[in-house]
Structures are given as structure tokens and as C-alpha cells.
Ligand binder design. Structure first.
Ligand SMILES: Cc1ncc(COP(=O)(O)O)c(C=O)c1O
Length: 403
């Protein structure tokens, strides 16, 4: 049995002459900077306008990366030295890295059977130093935003949604990124829509928007593309994280294709799941909202670790080359991130962990319930342009691998 299985670069498979035209337009006009140029730049503006409509937020700010958007959002939210930020044990290194970059202390929260932030554990992890809750909509599955917002509101703590892995996803009919005080997206190549590099920050709060704006640019705001002094609250130190007009050109086209890309992955995932239904010894990750899941990954939960290990080995033999046991899914798991486990300081001064008291342990075992689930869960990426034959072959390979 040999499956012909594509790589998971969802947006990249949908690039066509529309993106070509937009990119060439930028080059021919000599307008490579979003605020001014030989011609009149328009693409980052167009992307932001489309984003406001798509995510249903008042403000959207194009950025140079998802990581940059996370750091900028935390700066706008006033998260800084010694503050605690709660995030789930299943993440991406950039999410926890952004916390450390603002000199704040990451606090791990267990995941539940959806592999996203467990709202009960979140409640337990809150201390007087908690300044931010950072839910991450991991692997296409939206978090339970009702439960997370209820905890946040009870303790009056802001929420920043990391939507990098769930672009086009929704919870109970509302787009991810629109629940918390702020949300961020990434447009890196592995994401549901892409411009190679790029990011987006969304919010409904005018003050947070202007703070983020000045922090992402040069510490000031802009009027008609030119720097201007904002009201004092929005003065900041800039960080040069503006979105490039060439990335805006691609992003402004890709955002229009996002619903179609996500529909395609969702449909493939549903068909593969249906073919696997009833296979003994396999369950699926619970989804907080199956209609809002972006379909990017199918996660199988096996009976125990040894069954998961052998299933992954066989799936790879059958050609499903990019499947992972979640425990070994690299920098997505807290204990696989060497700088986190070793509490590598941001500077020789030793920050951020020396800035506040408390036991901060990131070795395996810090989140035992999550660890147990990671050990027996297997992630299968669902490429964005599968044929029905590829879906069928994958389902057969998975069945054979788990039996
Ligand atoms: C959950 C999560 N957050 C943040 C990021 C960072 O995005 P970027 O690579 O655009 O900096 C990623 C990207 O891989 C991610 O998966």
C-alpha cells in the first residue's frame, strides 16, 4: 500500500494568476512600501479592509509575522516584566517565545480532550500576577471561547487569541479572534492562507488598536501614510513590524480564497473520518465546534502509547509521511522546547524568571493530564487539495496502520 500524500501548505496550493497580477502590479508601480512609493500602494490597505469584514472586527492591522503580532499585542495590552501569561501545554514555540520576549512569565495550562486550553485548569492557574490569558486555537480546532471568556471575565483579565493555526475557523458562528480583547493570525507558508511571511492583529478596541499601531511601526501613528504624534496613551517604542506591500498583494487575494480553502479541507476531513468511523481502538479528538473547525488536521486518539507509536510507524511506511505522535510533534509541546525547559534568559540579567517569585517548571510532567493525551494522540495533516482517491487511500492506510 502506498499513498501519494501532499505536503500541508494549504494556501500555497491555491496560488494562481490573481496573486501574480497583484505582485507584478506592486513591482511595476514601484510601491513596495505600504505607506507611500513611486505609485500609490493599496494592497495592505485592501487586505486590512477585507480582514475587518471577514473577522467582524472594527480594526485589523497587517504585520510582518504572527510572532510579531503576538509581541505587539502584548505590548499594547501592557503585558511586561514579571507579569504571568497563561497558555496551553499544546502550542507553538512562537506563542511562548512572545511571552518571554516581553519579559513576562509563561504559565502552563492543561489541555482537555479537544487538545486546547482546559477552562477548569485555567481558572486554577490564575494568580494576582496573571495579566493575560493566551488561548491558542490549535490545529484547526477553535477553543471553547464561551468557557474561556467566562473565566477571564470573572477575574477581569484580558484575552489574546492566537489564531495562527485556525484561520477561517469559528466558534458558535463567530470568527476566532473576535472574542478576546485582541486576536492574531499568521500568514506563514503552513497556514490556511499565506503570503509566505505575514501576520495580522485584530481588535474592536480603538485604544488597543492605536497602541498596537504605534508599537508595530515607529512609536507614532500615521495620517495619510506620514508619521504623526498620537494622543499620549498611544506613544510607544516602535518595532519595525509593518507588513510589506508585496505580502499585502498576496494576502489581499488569498483572504478571498480562504473560505473555499477551508471548505475543501473540512470536506476532505469529514469524508476521511466517515470512512474510519467504527474502526476499533480509534477515537477522534473532540472538537469544540465541528462546523467551525478548519479541517486542517485529523487527530486520532489511540488506546495507549505503544499503539500510537506503531500506528505512526506504519502510516509513514504507507506514505503518510507527515503524521506525528503529538508527544513528538517538535516545538508544539512545552517539554520539547529547550529554551523553555532550560529557562534560557532573555538577557544576561536573567530575566524574566528572576522578576517574580514562584515555581516555574516546564519539564515533562508539569502538565501530566496533557502529557498522557499527547502520548497516545496522532496528528494527520489534511492537505487542501486532496482528490477523492487520495482521501480513500489515506483512510485505508490509517485503518491498516491501527489494526
Ligand atoms: C500557534 C502559532 N502561533 C504563532 C505562530 C507564529 O507565526 P509566524 O510564523 O508568522 O511568526 C505560529 C506559526 O507557526 C503558530 O502556529
Amino acid at each position: 500500500m502506498k499513498v501519494d500524500w501532499p505536503y500541508e501548505f494549504p494556501g500555497a496550493y491555491w496560488l494562481d494568476e490573481q496573486e501574480d497580477r497583484a505582485v507584478l502590479d506592486v513591482l511595476h508601480n514601484g510601491s513596495l512600501f505600504r505607506y507611500y512609493g513611486l505609485g500609490t500602494p493599496k494592497y495592505v490597505d485592501a487586505y486590512e479592509a477585507a480582514a475587518r469584514e471577514f473577522y467582524g472586527t472594527k480594526y485589523a492591522l497587517g504585520m510582518n509575522s504572527g510572532t510579531g503580532a503576538l509581541i505587539t499585542a502584548m505590548a499594547a495590552l501592557g503585558v511586561g516584566p514579571g507579569c504571568e501569561v497563561i497558555l496551553p501545554a499544546f502550542m507553538w514555540v512562537a506563542s511562548v517565545g512572545a511571552v518571554v520576549q516581553v519579559n513576562a512569565i509563561p504559565i502552563l495550562c492543561e489541555v482537555d480532550d479537544t487538545l486546547s486550553m482546559n477552562p477548569e485548569d485555567l481558572d486554577k492557574k490564575i494568580t494576582p500576577r496573571t495579566k493575560l490569558i493566551l488561548p491558542i486555537h490549535m490545529a484547526g480546532n477553535p477553543c471553547d471561547m464561551d468557557a474561556i471568556m467566562a473565566v477571564a471575565e470573572k477575574h477581569n483579565i484580558p484575552v489574546l487569541e492566537d489564531c495562527a493555526q485556525c484561520n477561517g475557523g469559528s466558534f458558535r458562528g463567530r470568527s476566532v479572534g473576535s472574542f478576546g480583547q485582541m486576536g492574531i493570525f499568521s500568514l506563514q507558508l503552513n497556514k490556511n492562507m499565506t503570503s509566505g511571511e505575514g501576520g495580522l492583529l485584530v481588535t474592536n478596541d480603538e485604544k488597543l488598536y492605536y497602541k498596537a499601531f504605534s508599537a508595530h511601526d515607529m512609536g507614532l501613528i500615521r495620517v495619510d501614510g506620514r508619521l504623526a504624534t498620537p494622543e499620549p496613551y498611544a506613544l510607544a517604542w516602535g518595532s519595525g513590524r509593518r507588513m510589506a506591500e508585496l505580502c499585502g498583494a498576496v494576502a489581499s487575494v488569498q483572504i478571498k480564497k480562504l473560505p473555499q480553502i477551508v471548505d475543501h479541507m473540512r470536506a476532505s476531513k469529514r469524508r476521511i473520518k466517515a470512512m474510519l468511523e467504527g474502526t476499533s481502538g480509534v477515537e477522534f479528538r473532540r472538537l469544540n465546534d465541528a462546523d467551525g473547525d478548519t479541517g486542517t488536521f485529523l487527530i486520532l486518539v489511540l488506546e495507549d502509547e505503544s499503539k500510537a507509536l506503531s500506528a505512526v510507524e506504519k502510516m509513514k511506511e504507507f506514505g503518510l509521511h507527515n503524521v506525528f505522535r503529538i508527544a513528538e510533534y517538535g516545538l508544539h509541546i512545552y517539554y520539547n522546547i529547550p529554551s523553555l525547559v532550560g529557562k534560557v534568559p532573555l538577557s544576561p540579567a536573567g530575566n524574566p524568571w528572576q522578576l517574580a517569585e514562584g515555581v516555574h517548571d516546564y519539564h515533562k510532567g508539569a502538565c501530566p493530564k496533557s502529557d498522557a493525551l499527547f502520548a497516545r494522540s496522532v496528528l494527520v495533516p489534511i492537505p487542501s487539495r486532496l482528490t477523492k482517491d487520495q482521501e480513500k487511500a489515506a483512510a485505508e492506510a490509517i485503518k491498516a496502520a491501527v489494526s
